[in-house]
Ligand binder design. Structure first.
Ligand code: GDP
Ligand code: MN
Length: 377
């Protein structure tokens, strides 16, 4: 098969920080909490002020209100309740990291990333990190290739010097970068990122956030992570309905009935230059409620820019499918839907969808081309 299962696994911040600590990278003291009373115990243990941080895999928690500094026990309880009710990037917050708040004067950015094209690791760093780093000009980030046998002290120092660091900050930067690079190599990471890497008033450094993306194919060599493996909430949901569901890394959500049909739809998408965001096989009896459940599920895929539905109605009544599509569409706005629905009563099904905004095509090929077209820049 040409479709590789998305083989990247992202760790939660607290898991990444545990890994950092194991490699001697400085992190603030912190405790994981799942409810308000655990937050209070953490506050008692760490002392105020603390930072309460939503443990979700999506980035941009700061902007979404998922990172907050609290100065009193009352505020800790109130904010814990609020953040536990928060959904970031479609992902509900299940736990919080309670961390001693760090007084810092600057935020830097540091990462080691696997460059697939060049098949080598690169170290990336910027003097200004934090939530602004994405909007920064590329030029603000300095980069050095990492040799296969690791980064020397000199190479690490050179990167620090390029950033204009000196004194205590320069030497701690060198040590953190070397440890981060060692971690990345030994744990077979695609990406390890510290953003922000906070600079304290005395020039010392501490990792305030972690982003660790592992190569899932290497997991068997790292059994300790299998238990860490965060479960994909969408996969859990799909299992509840008995759907075969696999998340992929493109932007076209593919939904169909029957494994053969869904796989051939994936082939068509790939042949037309498109990339699937998932495949979801509804299975045999695609009744109205199952069609609805499937669409509610795929519309939560953050990267899906279009939904491609390919249904062949054998046992499935095509009018049921059409009603299911209409039902979900009326709930809330979602990505455009390109559909091919064929089989018994298909004229009636198509009539039900006319004026609904769903684009209906006579053949799978046409539906696929329209979907690919819809996501082309
Ligand atoms: P992200 O938005 O998901 O990347 O979450 P971060 O963990 O990077 O937090 C967002 C921002 O909150 C950071 O850029 C910091 O400015 C701030 N922040 C995070 N932890 C602390 C902390 O311990 N103390 C203080 N003062 N600010 C923090
Ligand atoms: Mn961050």
């Amino acid at each position: 098969m040409r479709y590789q299962r998305r083989s990247l696994m992202r760790l939660f911040e607290y898991q990444g920080k545990a890994l950092f600590a194991r490699y001697g990278i400085p992190v603030p003291r912190s405790l994981l909490a799942e409810n308000e009373s655990q937050v209070l115990s953490a506050v008692d243990e760490l002392g105020l002020p603390v930072v309460i941080k939503a443990q979700v895999l999506s980035g941009g928690r700061g902007r979404a209100g998922g990172v907050v500094v609290v100065k009193t026990r009352d505020a800790a309880v109130g904010e814990a309740r609020r953040v536990l009710g928060l959904t970031v990037g479609g992902e509900p917050t299940r736990s919080l990291l309670v961390e001693e708040a760090s007084e810092h004067s600057a935020e830097m950015y540091l990462a080691v990333s696997l460059d697939r094209g060049r098949r080598e690791f690169v170290a990336l760093a910027s003097r200004s990190g934090g939530t602004e780093v994405e909007s920064q000009a590329r030029g603000a980030i300095v980069e050095v290739p990492v040799p296969l046998d690791g980064l020397t002290d000199d190479a690490a120092s050179a990167l620090g010097a390029k950033l204009g660091l000196d004194g205590r900050t320069a030497s701690e930067f060198r040590s953190i970068l070397r440890r981060l690079e060692k971690l990345s190599r030994e744990e077979e990471c695609e990406l390890v990122e510290i953003n922000p890497l906070a600079v304290h008033l005395d020039g010392s450094l501490v990792a305030l956030d972690s982003k660790v993306v592992l190569d899932d194919n290497a997991l068997f060599r790292h059994p300790e992570f299998s238990q860490l493996a965060p479960e994909d909430p969408l996969e859990g949901e799909a299992a509840k309905f008995g759907f075969a569901f696999v998340r992929l890394d493109g932007n076209i959500a593919v939904v169909g009935n029957g494994a053969g049909l869904v796989l051939s739809t994936l082939d068509l998408v790939a042949d037309s230059g498109g990339r699937a965001a998932c495949f979801l096989d509804l299975g045999g009896g695609a009744q109205r409620d199952r069609v609805e459940a499937a669409l509610r599920l795929v519309r939560r895929l953050p990267d899906a820019k279009v939904i491609l539905v390919n249904i062949f109605g054998g046992i499935t009544r095509t009018t049921d499918v059409a009603e299911g599509l209409r039902g979900v569409l009326s709930e809330e706005p979602m990505a455009p839907v390109c559909a091919r629905i064929s089989g018994a009563d298909q004229e009636e099904a198509h009539a039900l969808l006319s004026g609904s905004g769903i684009l209906v095509f006579g053949s799978a090929q046409e539906a696929v081309l329209a979907a690919v077209e819809a996501v082309s820049p």
